[in-house]
Design a protein around this ligand. Structure first.
Ligand code: ASP
Length: 436
């Protein structure tokens, strides 16, 4: 019998109603033996996540502002859970300890982690499952760097002792016992680490959407779900802004060949999206998804005989590195080369960058286009298939979109185009309609 690791995100554990859905999902399948939970998230649009409230308490404390009312909101949410779920634990004692620790100057990471800690204790109690404190099994070094190998060994050793257990996500501890958190959304990473340690058959990531959609539903009406996606395709889409899963959660699952299944706690019958190494299907689907973002700047250089000039690229990359400006793409022609940079990364630096380029590289012209949107059309079904680009560009031409940049990696799973910001939505719709 295989083991399933199920991680439930903030919205899936936001209140007692959601936790009862979790209970049903867990009880339905005895292979769901190890659970990882987030802190209670938003119950409705304008609600606050417990983690955000905890960070707020800390900021108030650090600025010598009263935070009692804020802390009370946290207490009220946990007490409501405790009452509605009818569990048996001294919740007041736990909350008092947290409050005392805040008053004594507890660290930001300690405080941020308490949402996961308390929620996991409550849910473990409600389900009658054993609770394992993440501080004992997720390990960071004294400088706060995650210790992958040591964590895997410790987790394996501990989890072997349990038939079923529940672990809070998002945090671990340093050798001196101080709590350290992953970056925001890091419970996904804990889930992947647990899956790896127990050699799970599947890592289920339960959230509030039924997996990935082929395009942003704010742009394309009712886009089709993505049933299967490879890690490589996901990386391409996530890089362009499609996000459901913390990107560091992919690595532990990928290296141990564990598929990740994104599922919807509110629609448990939906199959969701499966992310895995490769799919052995003869799917007729050419593209897997379309994603993109706005607000990039293109700096286009023209210089006669540029392609034969030694060291041109190195110098250009060196200028960007010296100015600490990350480069997104570098499309080139015979006598032209362009650098594509996020507007945010350039803020206040454009003039200096252009001066430096002119000084060191002496181009004949430098053109700056600062309202560019990038769109990635991703799909392993595109590789070695003639006519895909033709279809894509015809669709854009018919929609009246002027394409300002084209970039295709040699793996052929991705075509990136640059269009003006104002053509962004129109382009995504045109590509979607051409292929789906
Ligand atoms: N509660 C943390 C956050 O809001 C971690 C998580 O939910 O994954 O970022």
């Amino acid at each position: 019998m295989g083991i399933k690791v199920a991680k439930f995100g903030g919205s899936s554990v936001a209140d007692a109603i959601q936790i009862r859905k979790l209970e049903k999902i867990v009880n339905e399948d005895s292979e769901r033996r190890f659970l990882v939970v987030s802190a209670p998230g938003k119950r409705f649009d304008n609600d606050s996540k417990i983690t955000d409230l905890l960070y707020s308490c800390m900021m108030h404390r650090d600025h010598n502002l009263p935070y009692e009312n804020l802390f009370q909101v946290i207490c009220d949410r946990f007490t409501a859970l405790y009452v509605s779920l009818g569990i048996d634990m001294d919740i007041m004692k736990e909350l008092d300890t947290i409050k005392e620790n805040i008053d004594r100057g507890a660290t930001k990471d300690y405080l941020a982690s308490r949402g996961e800690y308390l929620n996991a204790k409550i849910i473990a109690n409600f389900l009658g499952m054993e609770f394992i404190d993440a501080a004992d099994v997720i390990l960071f070094d004294e400088k706060g760097r995650f210790m992958e190998k040591e964590t895997n060994e410790r987790l394996k050793e501990e989890l072997l002792k349990h038939d079923k257990a529940l672990i809070p996500g998002f945090y671990g501890s340093k050798p001196n016992g101080d709590i350290k958190t992953f970056s925001r959304g890091g419970s996904d990473i804990t889930g992947a680490l647990v899956a790896r340690a127990v050699d799970a058959e599947i890592y289920e990531n339960w959230t509030d959407v039924s997996g990935f959609l082929m395009a942003d539903p704010r742009v394309v009406e009712n886009p089709q779900p993505i049933e299967e996606i490879s890690y490589k395709e996901l990386r391409e889409l996530a890089y362009m802004g499609a996000s459901v899963l913390h990107e560091d959660a992919i690595y532990p699952a990928k290296i141990s060949h564990i598929p990740i299944n994104i599922r919807n706690t509110n629609e448990p019958a939906d199959r969701g999206t499966i992310i895995a190494e490769e799919f052995d299907t003869n799917s007729k689907r050419v593209i897997t998804g379309i994603a993109g973002s706005k607000n990039f700047t293109v700096i286009a250089l023209y210089k006669n005989k540029l392609s034969t000039e030694r060291g041109f690229l190195r110098k250009l990359a060196g200028i960007l590195e010296d100015m600490d400006i990350p480069l997104e793409h570098m499309p080139s022609g015979i006598d032209t080369i362009s650098v594509v940079i996020k507007n945010d990364s350039l803020e206040g630096k454009t003039e200096e960058l252009v001066d430096e380029i002119k000084r060191q590289l002496q181009p004949e012209t430098v053109e700056i286009i600062d309202d560019m949107a990038l769109i990635a059309t991703v799909g392993k079904g595109m590789s070695y298939k003639p006519g895909v680009s033709a279809k894509l560009f015809t669709a854009l031409a018919e929609a009246g979109v002027n394409i300002r940049m084209i970039d295709q990696g040699s793996s052929e799973i991705n075509i990136i185009i640059g269009v003006q910001n104002e053509d962004f939505e129109k382009s995504i719709k045109a590509i979607y309609n051409a292929f789906i």
